[in-house]
Write a protein that binds this ligand. Structure first.
Ligand code: PBG
Length: 331
C-alpha cells in the first residue's frame, strides 16, 4: 500500500502538532461510549464508601436519583445498577430477587423518574440474593444447577423489566438463559427491553472489590469456575457469543476488560454486532492503586485504557471511572 520510504515518508510528520494528531486520530472516545455502574444500599441520604474501590460508593435509592441526573448532565447514556441486599433477605432460594419492591426495582423506578432519558441496565444473576454468594441455586454438593437457576432468572428479568429496566444483562453464565428470557419478555409485552448478554464472562480474580460492594465476598463458598469461563479459552468465547446471539441477545459483553481485549477484537470481527466490555472492579482498583503509588497519572491512565477498548472494537465500556472520564472528555 505504502510505496514511499524514509526520508520521503516520515510518520512523525503527522504527529508533530496537536492539531494534526487530532485530524488523524483513528478512534474517538466520548461520554456517549460509557456505561456507569452504581451500587445501591438501603436507607435514605446514605452514601457508603467502598474501601476496596476508592472513590466508589453505595448510594441509597433517593441519592440514585441524583446520580441518574448527573449521568444525563455528563452525557453518559446508560447507568448499570447493582444492589447490596441486606443480609437478612439473602436466602438459598434467592427469593428477594423476585420481589417487585426489592432494592434494585426501587432504584430502577427512581432513576427512570429522575432522568427518563438515561438508559438503565440491570444485572440478571442471583449472587446479591443468595446466602452462599453464587449466581444460581446450588445442590447439596454445592454445584450450581443450570435449569433450576434459569427458571428463577427468567422471573428476575421480568420483575426488572416491569420496574422499568431498559436493558437486562444476564451475568450468570447459565446455558440457555438468553433464549428463555427473550421469549418471556416478548410474551409479557416487553418487546423493546434489550438483552445485553454477559456472553464471554471469565472466572476472574479481578471481581474482588465488586463482591465487597454487593456484600457477597464473605459469603461465597468456593469459586465460580463451574459456570464462568476459563481464562485459557478464546474459541469457547466465540461459541458463547454465537449461542447468545442465536438466542436473541441484542448486544454482547466481554468481561473483564483489558486482559481480554483479544476476545473483544475476535468477537467484533467474527460477528459484527455491538460489543461491550466491562472494565471490572479489580481493574479500576489497579488503576487507582497505580496512581496513588505515583506510578502514573490517573487521568491519563483512565483515558488511555478507555481508548484501548474503543480501538479494540467496543461500542461502549462499563467503567467505574465513567463520571470522571466524562468530565475529562467534556461533551
Ligand atoms: C455477578 C457479577 C459480578 C460482576 C458483575 N456481575 C461478579 C462475579 O461474577 O462474581 C463483576 C463486576 C466487577 O468486578 O466490577 N453476577
Amino acid at each position: 500500500m505504502t510505496s514511499a520510504s524514509y526520508p520521503a515518508l516520515r510518520l512523525r510528520r503527522t504527529r508533530a502538532a496537536a492539531w494534526s494528531r487530532a485530524l488523524v486520530a483513528e478512534t474517538v472516545l466520548a461520554p456517549a461510549d460509557l456505561i456507569w455502574p452504581l451500587f445501591i444500599t438501603e436507607g435514605e441520604g446514605v452514601e457508603e464508601p467502598i474501601a476496596s474501590l476508592p472513590g466508589v460508593s453505595r448510594w441509597s435509592v433517593d441519592l440514585i436519583r441524583d446520580r441518574a441526573r448527573e449521568a444525563r448532565e455528563l452525557g453518559i447514556p446508560c447507568i448499570a445498577l447493582f444492589p447490596n441486599t441486606p443480609p437478612g433477605l439473602r436466602s438459598t432460594d434467592a427469593r428477594e430477587a423476585l420481589n417487585p419492591d426489592n432494592l434494585i426495582c426501587r432504584a430502577v423506578r427512581a432513576a427512570k423518574e429522575a432522568a427518563p432519558e438515561v438508559g438503565v441496565l440491570t444485572d440478571v444473576a442471583l449472587d446479591p440474593y443468595t446466602a452462599h454468594g453464587h449466581d444460581g441455586l446450588v445442590d447439596d454438593a454445592g454445584y450450581v444447577l443450570n435449569d433450576d437457576t434459569v427458571d428463577v432468572l427468567v422471573n428476575q428479568a421480568l420483575v426488572q423489566a416491569e420496574a422499568g429496566a431498559d436493558i437486562v444483562a444476564p451475568s450468570d453464565m447459565m446455558d440457555g438463559r438468553v433464549g428463555r428470557i427473550r421469549s418471556a419478555l416478548e410474551q409479557a409485552g416487553h418487546v423493546n427491553v434489550q438483552i445485553m448478554a454477559y456472553a464471554a464472562k471469565y472466572a476472574s480474580a479481578f471481581y474482588g472489590p465488586f463482591r465487597d460492594a454487593v456484600g457477597s465476598r464473605g459469603l461465597l463458598k468456593g469459586d465460580k469456575k463451574s459456570y464462568q469461563m476459563d481464562p485459557a479459552n478464546a474459541e469457547e468465547a466465540l461459541r458463547e457469543v454465537a449461542l447468545d446471539l442465536a438466542e436473541g441477545a441484542d448486544t454482547v459483553m466481554v468481561k473483564p476488560g483489558l486482559p481480554y481485549l483479544d476476545i473483544v477484537r475476535r468477537v467484533k470481527e467474527r460477528f459484527e454486532v455491538p460489543v461491550f466490555a466491562y472494565q471490572v472492579s479489580g481493574e479500576y482498583a489497579m488503576i487507582e492503586a497505580a496512581a496513588a503509588a505515583g506510578a502514573g497519572d490517573r487521568d491519563a491512565l483512565v483515558l488511555e485504557t478507555l481508548m484501548a477498548f474503543k480501538r479494540a472494537g467496543c461500542s461502549g465500556v462499563l467503567t467505574y471511572h465513567a463520571a470522571h472520564a466524562a468530565r475529562l472528555l467534556g461533551r
